[in-house]
Write a protein that binds this ligand. Structure first.
Ligand SMILES: Nc1ncnc2c1ncn2[C@@H]1O[C@H](COP(=O)(O)OP(=O)(O)OP(=O)(O)O)[C@@H](O)[C@H]1O
Ligand SMILES: [Mg+2]
Length: 322
């Protein structure tokens, strides 16, 4: 394990290895979040109690998690050359994310969403996937993979994911899919291209409609490169199945008082990918993911490494093999 973040810079700064680079490919969204009393039915005009612009999108949130947890995060994906795109680029840059693979497509419009959060914390989300973003991955800086330790993809840009995953596999890198809700045929195509496929509950149901989770996970590890498939189930637990085993193992979620669970899954995936990049075994990386996801749900913000490690130690009483 690496512990760079806690080091202060000293004379040996030149010999200190850089934190591992994790490339996160896929979606970034400008989330315009309004805090409201009630989500109104039209026709209506109401005043919001609060407003903020936040960065959404699975791969973008994962890259932020990597960076905060002490790795180096890079984001690969497309935005428009519009005001939302500029805000997104600025937000990612402020987090320290490598933006070599952020492509502002001329004439395109960025993904954007309006999020209404009512006084119970329930959300109504209206998303716009963007326009004219193009699908051609020819511009991707694939050469960067040679300096990376892991690649994470979400399903929102399958053409880009396919190219990057193939190049990553040639370099023997750990590859991770955020199996979030998506078209069935798309997930069926992507899953065998990754070593670690981690679904959300709705995503797993999209992958294998109508199947029980254990059966769907067995199907996910049945062919291709997939050596582990898992499904995150919020406050409940994560089921994970290694290729060659027949019954999934279960990792209980950490117990917290949730404030806002948005993005918990994204952060889980970023933390897992960082764990693999650091050379952890699957179970330890899943535990890091669970802890980072739980803290995100508890605090509505992505935690840093020291806080996450302290949380794990406190919650497991130091008995990490549990
Ligand atoms: N209420 C909670 N209590 C504890 N842990 C949680 C809670 N919600 C989320 N988590 C952690 O975050 C992980 C991902 O959450 P979840 O399964 O809800 O992902 P998701 O459906 O992909 O959500 P998202 O829309 O945020 O991507 C869980 O496996 C768990 O480790
Ligand atoms: Mg998710």
């Amino acid at each position: 394990m690496f512990h760079h973040a806690s080091h202060s810079y000293s004379v040996d700064v030149m010999t200190e290895p850089l934190p591992p680079l994790v490339i996160c490919l896929g979606n970034v969204v400008a989330d315009h979040v309004f805090r409201v009393d009630d989500v109104p039915q039209p026709p209506a005009k109401a005043q919001a109690r609060g407003y903020k612009l936040s960065i959404g999108g699975m791969a973008a949130n994962a890259a932020i998690a990597v960076q905060r947890l002490g790795g180096r995060g890079a984001f690969w994906g497309r935005i428009g050359d519009d005001p939302n795109g500029a805000l997104l680029a600025e937000g990612l840059r402020a987090e320290g994310i490598d933006l070599t693979g952020l492509h502002a497509v001329p004439g395109a419009r960025s993904p954007v969403s309006a999020v209404l959060v009512d006084r119970y914390g329930e959300r109504a989300i209206m998303g716009f996937r963007g326009e004219n973003l193009g699908i051609d991955p020819a511009w991707l800086p694939l050469h960067m993979l040679a300096g990376a330790r892991a690649l994470l993809c979400d399903p929102r840009w399958p053409e880009g994911a396919a190219v990057a995953l193939e190049a990553a596999e040639r370099l023997d890198l750990p590859t991770v899919l955020d199996g979030e809700r998506s078209e069935t045929r798309l997930l069926i195509d992507l899953v065998p291209r990754v070593r670690y496929a981690i679904f959300s509950a709705p995503g797993l149901n999209n992958f294998a409609p109508g199947q029980k989770p254990a059966e769907a996970l067995r199907r996910a590890v049945a062919d291709g490169l997939t050596r582990m498939a898992a499904v995150t189930r919020g406050e409940d637990s994560t089921l994970w199945l290694l290729r060659g085993e027949t019954r999934p193992r279960e990792m209980k979620a950490f117990r917290i008082e949730p404030r806002d669970t948005t993005g918990a899954g994204d952060v889980f995936h970023g933390a897992f990918a960082l764990g693999m990049a650091e050379g952890m075994d699957v179970e330890a990386a899943l535990r890091l993911g669970s802890a980072a996801g739980a803290l995100r749900a508890r605090d509505a913000a992505t935690a840093h490494r020291s806080e996450t490690e302290a949380f794990i130690a406190e919650q497991t009483g130091g008995a990490v093999g549990r």
